[in-house]
Design a protein around this ligand. Sequence first.
Ligand code: R5P
Length: 293
Amino acid sequence: MADKDAVQESHNYHLDKPARNETFALKGSNSLDWGAKNRLSNIFAPETGRTVMLAVDHGYFLGATTGLERIDVTIVPLLPYADTLMCTRGILRSTIPPTFTKGIVLRASGGPSILKELSNEEIAVDIEDALRLNVAALAVQVFVGGEYETKSIHNMTRLVDAGNRYGVPVLGVTAVGKDMVRDAKYMRLATRVCAELGASYVKTYYVDEEFETVTASCPVPIVIAGGKKVSELDALTMAHRAIEQGAAGVDMGRNVFQSEAPGAMIQVLRKVVHEGTPPREAHDIFETLKRKK
Ligand code: R5P
């Protein structure tokens, strides 16, 4: 019990200062509950409002893909440079040190492997297990235009309902089928569908033309996936353009962990996303860091 004798009688109620009532800066997120905002702040750096998510969830349908054969060896050393890690609960429990205190975005849908129809997913995580793992958000694949479009959207809305009960945001991941055209028209449709149906933020692919219309017409933040491995300069250029055109960050996998120098790559990606470093300058730094290694 506090010592009564130490109670001070003088008080300062700062009557001249109105109560602070800050708005939450992240696009479209101001009406979320405190817990959801707190979790989003563990994904999007509050200083910049942007994020470098490291995506290593590919094994949920691809198995041990190139660069992810030994996540303990190749990915764990990169964790200090990521704002957020996107992974499955299997990898999280088995391989990621619990001392990693930044945001975890948990892959929450799955089912078919690469050998089957990929859009035929189910919800693959119970909200209680997600809470037990203390995750910052749930990620669900949405196949707009895909064979199981409605089912995948229903997966998302069920996770949004579950997440809303506990303040866990949902990332809608737009999956573009191999027969679909990857253009701004499709991305506007897919991202808007995810946002309208409750996603707190949306992952999509960068498109060379009119990407700014994709970010403008989506009421919540957009992050871009990296897609298949391209040169480091091309990946940095894509990230830079996406940020310039309104993206709130990247959720990049193969262009980091399949890089010839993954540690150098994620460090310069941070510079592009958080500091706006031009791609050529970032690439020069990449070459220097790579040589040091
Ligand atoms: C794909 O299914 C996963 O959701 C990946 O997290 C996503 O595609 C981002 O990885 P990458 O940059 O390799 O495309």
